[in-house]
Design a protein around this ligand. Structure first.
Ligand code: 8GT
Length: 134
């Protein structure tokens, strides 16, 4: 099975977490962390900054690799590096997504995450609990 390597940003701002809704493809309408596929020769940190600028037109700084999830979808294996990130410049614009929500920590279970993200959300809840934000 082919593997795709993806980076995702868990954007943490004013005590909330950004979730974005896919506007196209097999997982249309599913909720995810914004991001996308790494390019050849690129570091994960570079890839996440590039993807977020392309998708949301903001500059971010990845602060911590929270988790790398490995997940088998029917047609491919996903390796996804998820970075807790902060916005350093700009205001979010939805260039590719159909919707976005800022979730309070206790609202993280209120949306239908993509299958691979469920494990990431569990790790995120542990991280937020350790910071006394949940
Ligand atoms: N960005 C992102 N992708 C995720 C998440 N969870 C998850 O399973 N994925 C999967 O990882 C892949 C991300 O690649 P992508 O965003 O470049 O997907 P795409 O195929 O729509 O992009 P493309 O059309 O530009 O190639 C998709 O298959 C997507 O379903 C997530 O939280 N964020």
């Amino acid at each position: 099975m082919k593997t795709i390597e993806v980076v995702a940003a868990i954007i943490h701002h004013d005590g909330k977490i950004l979730a974005t809704q896919r506007g196209y493809g097999d997982f249309k309408d599913g909720w995810e962390f914004p991001g996308g596929k790494m390019e050849a020769g690129e570091t994960a940190e570079h890839a996440i900054v590039r993807e977020i600028e392309e998708e949301l037109n903001v500059e971010i700084r990845p602060e911590k690799l929270l988790h790398t999830v490995e997940y088998d979808y029917p047609n491919f294996h996903l390796t996804m590096h998820c970075f807790i990130s902060v916005i350093t410049k700009g205001t979010i614009e939805l260039i590719e997504h159909e919707d976005a929500k800022w979730l309070k920590p206790d609202e993280l279970d209120s949306i239908a995450w993509l299958p691979a993200d469920v494990e990431v959300v569990e790790k995120l809840k542990i991280y937020l609990k350790e910071k006394n934000e949940l």
